[in-house]
Design a protein around this ligand. Structure first.
Ligand code: SF4
Ligand code: SF4
Length: 316
């Protein structure tokens, strides 16, 4: 299995390479709060879970040092929040079958709970072509606890038993966890819909809130971009929706500030978790829902919807 290599040698490398320019501190509310830079962070194991893993520091550091990588090394040295690992490892609302399928619609855990109508629509589309779906957690939140988990191995076994050729991801976090780490091809829901000419283009310029996992690489966004007239990267100063890296558990105030930093905006995103954070104060649209002609409003009744997902009937 491939995985992100995180060794404590990296902490030493940061200490050697950092030129103390303080750009990381100026661009990160967590580093600002504790008045530290990434070099100092390497010596603050007590703050491992205060980092939102948003990668803003990486984007501004002149010598390419990475706060998220530091945080993950420190987390692995002292794992925490076992309850998160336990919850996600055997996700109680999961819905998988043993049906054979070439393409597997992998909905993740949050999208089905926040966008139930769009979920139903996508499941029906896949079923029409004889393809199966999966509602499950990719275990990224479990990775963030610093404890080891074996989800990728278990998922590989499941994919092999179901003869899956391609995993089609709806959630950006699942996509970025899987696309370099599975033995089968991993594509976005946008690519899958595009292959069938099922995308309704958006004929206007839109304001986009980029989810952390895709913000600085646009691997998913390149599939979206060709179906919109134009876009504004308007929310650069908000590093994260406030849910990143399970840091909201340690840094409630910073998380709330991030969530409340955008208001009265009409915005587009492609992460259900980001939508759920900003929906209270903004008019939020999810590209996947909009582009299939539903344009569902994010429904914050997570548990009610998740339960419906769990018990949804399916043809084996
Ligand atoms: S990853 Fe984000 S939260 Fe963590 S140190 Fe870098 S900028 Fe700050
Ligand atoms: S931006 Fe990079 S070089 Fe500058 S203080 Fe932060 S870690 Fe050091």
């Amino acid at each position: 299995m491939k995985s992100n290599e995180c060794t404590s040698d990296y902490l030493e490398e940061v200490r050697q390479k950092c030129i103390d320019c303080s750009k990381c501190t100026k661009n990160c509310p967590f580093l600002t709060k504790y008045d530290i830079n990434l070099k100092d962070f390497t010596m603050r194991g007590d703050l491992a879970f205060s980092c939102f893993l948003c990668k803003k520091c990486e984007s501004v550091c002149p010598v390419d040092l990475k706060g998220a990588k530091i945080s993950m090394i420190l987390r692995k040295e002292n794992p925490k929040f076992k309850s998160v690992k336990n919850q996600k490892e055997n996700y109680i609302f999961k819905n998988n079958s043993d049906k054979k399928t070439d393409d597997l619609l992998y909905l993740g855990c949050n999208f089905p709970a926040f966008y139930p109508k769009t979920t139903k629509y996508l499941i029906d589309l896949f079923e029409k072509e004889g393809f199966d779906f999966s509602i499950d957690c990719c275990n990224l939140p479990s990775d963030f606890t610093g404890y080891d988990n074996d989800y990728l191995d278990r998922f590989e076994k499941q994919l092999s038993e179901k003869n899956v050729k391609r995993v089609v991801c709806v959630c950006p976090n699942c996509f970025h966890k899987f696309y370099k780490n599975l033995s089968v091809e991993v594509i976005t829901i946008f690519k899958w819909l595009d292959e069938r000419n099922l995308i309704q283009d958006i004929d206007e310029e839109v304001n986009v809130f980029f989810p952390c996992s895709d913000r600085y690489n646009h691997v998913i966004f390149k599939d979206i971009k060709k179906h919109i007239t134009g876009y504004n990267d308007k929310y650069k100063s908000t590093n994260c929706c406030g849910a990143g890296g399970i840091a909201s558990k340690s840094e409630k105030e910073i998380s709330a500030q991030m969530k409340n930093s955008i208001e009265n905006e009409t915005m587009y995103t492609y992460c259900a978790t980001c939508s759920s954070k900003f929906i209270e104060k903004n008019d939020v649209h999810h590209f996947a829902s909009k582009m299939v002609g539903i344009d569902e409003k994010c429904d914050p009744s997570f548990f009610k919807n998740a339960l419906k997902g769990k018990f949804r009937g399916r043809k084996k």
